[in-house]
Design a protein around this ligand. Structure first.
Ligand SMILES: [Zn+2]
Length: 306
């Protein structure tokens, strides 16, 4: 791990600290994370995506927003301390009340603000998000107002602002509770962390995720979405289906490379030493999951397969 990268990275993605860090760098990094979890400097940027859908970027996962006559619906809620800034940003778009929060998955950088928005809005999420939040995260119980009031096992539709806003569940991708939120009239989809642009993706195995599931989810989602849909990633700028296809192709190709190396009797350590994924390092090593970690994850997942 490159410690010089940590402050900047954890400032953007503080939730990763508890999964990624271990061993010798833990103490140093924990200090850095604490120092960087000062939300007072975070600015919430508003941009229009298409139709009546907007994107908010602060710290944590991107927030998708639907505004219209019926009120405001948000997809994900970042962190609780940012709620006043998020509300101020939403009020630049509409004076109407915030009526719904849809969560794409349970991670704290997407649901942390639930405790604030849940006081006034109805939270909707997949059953597994409800279960995981109910069980608490980081050993802390989730406040009642932060829990989904409505959960669903496959799909849910919120009829708001003249649009049938659909939550489509895809199992065992980034986690076991992922939903992609599709706004058909505005032609926008929020993909949660099944699609991110920060480099090699984080797949939460402890949270029921898998790389194979993420590939399947994204391939299936693309067949269900229009060719010209605008994509809000879990993290990163507004993207296109081609960007998602490139991401899927990287995951499949790297999985093939690791599978071939395994067949040739190579260990993960040997693959890392040989820079097996060298051709992807320039484009994908920019996040906190480096090629080495990605090789390990692929190797572990392939080891479980018959
Ligand atoms: Zn996540």
């Amino acid at each position: 791990m490159n410690n010089a990268m940590l402050p900047r990275f954890f400032h953007k993605y503080p939730m990763f600290s508890r999964w990624v860090l271990g061993g010798a760098c833990l103490g140093l990094a924990a200090g850095l994370v604490r120092a960087q979890q000062d939300f007072s400097k975070v600015e919430v940027k508003v941009s229009k995506v298409a139709g009546n859908v907007y994107m908010l970027e602060g710290s944590g996962g991107n927030i998708g927003v639907s505004v219209g006559d019926d009120g405001i619906l948000i997809v994900d809620s970042e962190f609780a301390p940012l709620a006043p800034k998020i509300k101020a940003a939403l009020h630049t778009l509409s004076a109407k009340p915030i009526r719904f929060v849809l969560n794409t998955h349970f991670h704290g950088d997407h649901t942390g603000g639930n405790s604030e928005f849940g006081r006034e809005a109805v939270i909707v999420a997949h059953d597994n998000v409800h279960q995981r939040l109910l069980a608490g995260t980081d050993g802390k119980p989730t406040p009642r107002e932060a829990l989904p009031l409505i959960s669903f096992n496959d799909t849910a539709t919120v009829h708001l602002n003249g649009e049938d806003i659909r939550a489509l569940h895809f199992p065992h991708g980034h986690t076991d509770g992922d939903s992609i939120i599709y706004f058909p009239k505005s032609n926008v989809a929020h993909m949660g962390d099944d699609f991110v642009t920060y480099g090699f993706p984080f797949v939460d195995g402890n949270g029921g995720g898998s790389i194979g599931g993420m590939i399947t989810a994204l391939e299936k989602a693309l067949t269900q979405l229009p060719a010209d849909v605008k994509i809000i990633p879990g993290h990163g700028p507004v993207s296109t289906p081609d960007d998602v296809r490139k991401f899927i192709a990287m995951m499949k190709d790297t999985r093939d490379l690791v599978a071939q190396a395994r067949k040739a009797g190579k260990s993960a350590a040997e693959m890392k030493q040989a820079h097996l994924l060298a051709k992807y390092e320039a484009d994908y090593n920019k996040g906190f999951i480096k090629a080495e970690t990605w090789i390990e994850q692929l190797d572990q997942e392939l080891a479980k397969q018959p």
